[in-house]
Design a protein around this ligand. Structure first.
Ligand code: ATP
Ligand code: MG
Length: 362
């Protein structure tokens, strides 16, 4: 069975990081895999070419693909472009049109990097947790959303947190399913003590859990959860939470593990009624890093680890995903480091050398 991938490398270091994944895909295809890749433009480069952050033609390719690999978008060159065609609008359109309601952000601490972290080693050594953030609902999208002039020198800003049962159900179900492939433990976070949406969130997660009674479920208030995440993150396996809390908590979790250049992510949609396949987009957590673009020093690990997530979640290639993650760990254990994760006694390498070393270990 062939796997159709759309590669949207984007701007800045996006294409440099994507080039390493392309090499890997070529090697995997030589060894019997059957990836078919197409490429498209997103972000500033798409604006330059078509005047849009992603063209309708590339959007159609994304819809037809089994998975999208996304690099990064934006940079100072496009600071002045109109709001609705700004580079980030490309990613937002992909998320919206593909209905990617679940954002998966693993926080993994590679053993070789634990000792160079600024955090206590026992806190992060062996850390492997997954934050599941609801991505298409909540206060970022709820209506009304407005600023009103009250006419007395005062203004009023309103954002609205809205969640419907089905939105909570589908992300909760995904959390339990993911936990089954990991350590069977889900922690749901909300603020039911002060928010009605928190009350419903708690209720629906608890009800959804009935079909997954083999998985352990805990509830935590999101503020306490944030504190626990920093104090002893290894108590968690899968954390499921709403859009706003997830945005913050996933950034906190990210910093437990060190560099932005290491962090992958996945955004998944609902299973297709006919094929059971989910729409999916995989991207590094980092941005286009214009400050280092074109220098050949970007860390390609976040992009490569995003591809590992693609193997795992879109193609059920669990063995290959494990092998790729092990190859990353092995290269780090050998002492190879890009500039962003460099420490004393290690060997500094560029983007291409890091990519080659990982592919050689795969
Ligand atoms: P965005 O708004 O897209 O999130 P940003 O400017 O907030 O972008 P990044 O583009 O991720 O954030 O860059 C933040 C810093 O981290 C920059 O100094 C950049 O050089 C560094 N950085 C980000 N990604 C990498 C990487 N893959 N390798 C090395 N350094 C990186
Ligand atoms: Mg940023």
């Amino acid at each position: 069975m062939t796997h159709k991938l759309l590669l949207l490398a984007g701007d800045g270091i996006g294409p440099e990081a994507m080039a390493e994944v392309k090499k890997l895909i070529a090697v995997m295809n030589e060894n019997g895999a059957s990836f078919v890749t197409e490429e498209g433009l997103v972000g500033g480069c798409a604006y330059d070419a078509h005047g849009a952050a992603i063209s309708d033609a590339d959007m159609a390719k994304a819809t037809a693909a089994d998975a999208v690999l996304f690099g990064a978008v934006g940079g100072p060159k496009w600071d002045g472009v109109p709001y609705d065609v700004r580079p980030e609008a490309g990613l937002l359109r992909l998320r919206k049109d593909l209905e990617l309601f679940a954002n998966l952000r693993p926080a993994i601490c590679y053993p070789a990097l634990a000792s160079s972290s600024s955090l206590k080693q026992d806190v992060i050594e062996g850390l492997d947790i997954l934050i599941l953030r609801e991505l298409t609902g909540g206060v970022y999208f709820g209506e009304p959303k407005q600023i009103t002039d009250l006419g007395n020198g005062q203004k009023r800003a309103v954002d609205t947190q809205v969640y419907d049962t089905y939105e909570i159900e589908r992300i909760a179900a995904m959390a339990f399913e993911l936990a089954r492939t990991r350590n069977n433990h889900v922690t749901s976070m909300e603020k039911r003590n002060v928010m009605k949406s928190g009350v419903l969130w708690n209720e629906v997660v608890t009800a959804t859990h009935k079909a997954y009674s083999d998985v352990k479920l805990d509830h935590m208030l999101a503020d306490a959860g944030g504190m626990q995440l920093v104090r002893w993150p290894k108590q968690f396996d899968v954390i499921v939470t709403d859009n706003l809390f997830g945005d913050m908590l996933s950034d906190v979790a990210a910093m437990l593990t060190g560099s932005l250049g290491m962090l992958p992510s996945a955004s998944l949609g609902a299973p297709d009624a006919k094929t059971g396949k989910r729409k999916a987009l995989y991207e590094p957590v980092h941005g286009s890093a214009p400050d280092i673009a074109g220098k050949g020093i970007a860390n390609p690990i976040a992009m490569i680890a995003s591809f590992a997530m693609c193997l795992r979640y879109s193609f059920d290639m669990v063995v290959e995903a494990d092998r790729l993650e092990a190859a990353i760990a092995a290269v780090l254990a050998d002492g190879l480091r890009t500039k962003d994760i460099m420490s004393d006694g290690m060997r500094e390498v560029g983007t291409v050398e890091m990519g080659d070393a990982i592919i050689a270990k795969y």
